[in-house]
Design a protein around this ligand. Structure first.
Ligand code: SF4
Length: 491
């Protein structure tokens, strides 16, 4: 199907909504929109960050997932206790491929699962004593850890355990940072609140730990914030920030350490990749320490170049020259990638449905390869995310917030994109429909996708997925010939 007009997109939305009962239809209508670049504030066209309707399938995670799974989990030299029943911890363990350097179980622990494994008696009598005991055990079994976080699961909030008091006591005893995080899954609308709660815990228990201590500063000290090093993303980004003359003093939280987090207030500029998950702490550091922050986008050469120049504008001529030098160095490599893959991908249409930043950030990378994003949406975005997305998407394209399984499937059937990029829960549905699919949360088993190195891998993966000969050998159910029709054809 060619690109939809505004009227066609509108009628598509109406048709899809038609199956809902009146109340659900009214609610869901607020979450589906036709993009219009002239709209300045997305709240005029789309509603976001609202509780999902029971019975309407959602793909969201909980506040615990936002804190443990996203923000705190990748801090590699701390031990993150999933405090509560074992299941939440098991599902949040090692799912996101946050790469790190270190020896697992000795000085890095990001892939290990520590849980207080709540039982019925802990719910009845409270888990404070158990938590204190676990911290002691951790200290004797893993003495090289640099701190502990306590990531509360639902029951902790319900029974009212005093994890703050236990943490303070343990911190004194072991003389290390112990951070209680009240991220019980039932809080808020989605994992988004978990990000915010995790940021507040960083503010309250980490950032001022080294106030007044000497730090050997340079005028070029920056941080990378909101990069979780999926498949090595932060490494791919850090390479050229340093090549242009900046010094990255902290990396949050992929391959990050508690010491880096504590040193962050010494930075001259905080560089923010995932706005949704870490804008809160960036704003706090701006208010308290006067550190400016800047969002950047390191997906695809066009956005990388734009971002490098905007970052360089904060600094002197040596950094501005550094940015131009880096852009000139990588340009021929990027042109070679585009020359190889654009002829194979040109004109292909993509539909996305992802989490924090990618529904908008990856659009430029697809465009660099001659592809078009015709539909996009957030699992847990807020209106400030959609404000940014409106400018990136073409007019009359589809926006869908917290889209239901039914809606996304119907949109895909009608628009017939050449590629769907979303998460693991959606992957096999679309593959069985015969539509090429790429996992855009953790890059399937590939990556990095950030930075110049990442773009080459991104282009290869999109080509490998989309132009894979397997799609031609599969007959989607709606094209399958029914036995009666077969018999009729044979007669
Ligand atoms: S909602 Fe509660 S019980 Fe469910 S995964 Fe999140 S923390 Fe665990």
């Amino acid at each position: 199907m060619s690109t939809l007009t505004r009227e066609e997109t509108e009628s598509l939305i109406q048709e899809v909504l038609e199956v809902y009962p009146e109340k659900a239809k009214k609610d869901r209508a607020k979450h589906l929109a036709i993009n219009d670049q002239s709209v300045e504030q997305s709240k005029k066209c789309i509603t976001s960050n609202r509780k999902s309707l029971p019975g309407v399938m959602t793909i969201r995670g909980c506040a615990y997932a936002g804190s443990r799974g996203v923000v705190w989990g990748p801090v590699k030299d701390m031990i993150h206790i999933s405090h509560g029943p074992v299941g939440c911890g098991q599902y949040s363990r090692a799912g996101r491929r946050n790469y790190y350097v270190g020896t697992t179980g000795v000085n890095t622990f990001a892939e290990m699962n520590f849980t207080s494994d709540f039982q019925e008696k802990d719910i009845v009598f409270g888990g404070d004593k158990k938590l204190a005991k676990i911290m002691n055990e951790i200290e004797s079994l893993f003495p090289l850890h640099k701190g502990i976080t306590v990531q509360s699961e639902c029951p902790i909030g319900l029974i009212g355990d005093d994890i703050e008091a236990v943490s303070k006591k343990a911190a004194k005893e072991i003389n290390k940072v112990v951070v209680p995080v009240r991220c019980e899954g039932f809080r808020g609308v989605s994992q988004s609140l978990g990000h915010h709660i995790a940021n507040d815990a960083v503010r309250d228990w980490v950032l001022s730990n080294r106030d007044g201590q000497h730090f050997e500063s340079t005028p070029y000290d920056v941080t990378i914030i909101g990069d979780y090093n999926i498949g090595g993303d932060a490494w791919a980004s850090r390479i050229f920030l340093e090549e242009m003359g900046l010094r990255v003093i902290a990396q949050w939280s992929g391959d990050g350490t508690i010491a880096e987090m504590e040193n962050t207030p010494k930075a001259k500029l905080n560089l923010l990749h995932c706005y949704r998950s870490m804008n809160y702490i960036s704003r706090h550091m701006e208010e308290k320490y006067g550190i400016p922050w800047m969002e950047y986008n390191f997906f695809g050469p066009t956005k990388i170049e734009e971002s490098l120049r905007r970052i360089a504008a904060f600094f002197d001529d040596s950094i501005k020259e550094g940015a131009e030098r880096v852009i000139a160095k990588y340009k021929p490599m990027m042109e070679a990638v585009i020359a190889k893959y654009k002829p194979r991908l040109q004109g292909k249409r993509v539909m996305l449905y992802i989490g924090g930043l990618r529904p908008r950030h990856v659009i430029g990378a697809y465009e660099d390869l001659g592809m078009e994003v015709v539909g996009t949406g957030y699992e847990f975005g807020h209106n400030d995310d959609y404000d940014r997305t409106i400018q990136e998407m073409g007019n009359a394209t589809l926006l869908y917030d917290d889209v239901t399984g039914f809606e996304l499937e119907e949109f895909v059937k009608r628009i017939k994109p050449d590629l769907v990029g979303s998460g693991i829960k959606e992957k096999y549905i679309y593959q069985k429909m015969g539509i090429p699919f790429r996992q855009m949360h953790s890059w399937d088993y590939s990556g990095p996708y950030h930075g110049f190195d990442g773009f080459a891998i991104f282009a290869r993966d999109m080509d490998m997925t989309l132009n894979n000969p397997c799609w031609g050998k599969q007959t989607p159910p709606w094209k399958a010939v029914k036995p009666a029709e077969e018999a009729k054809a044979a007669a």
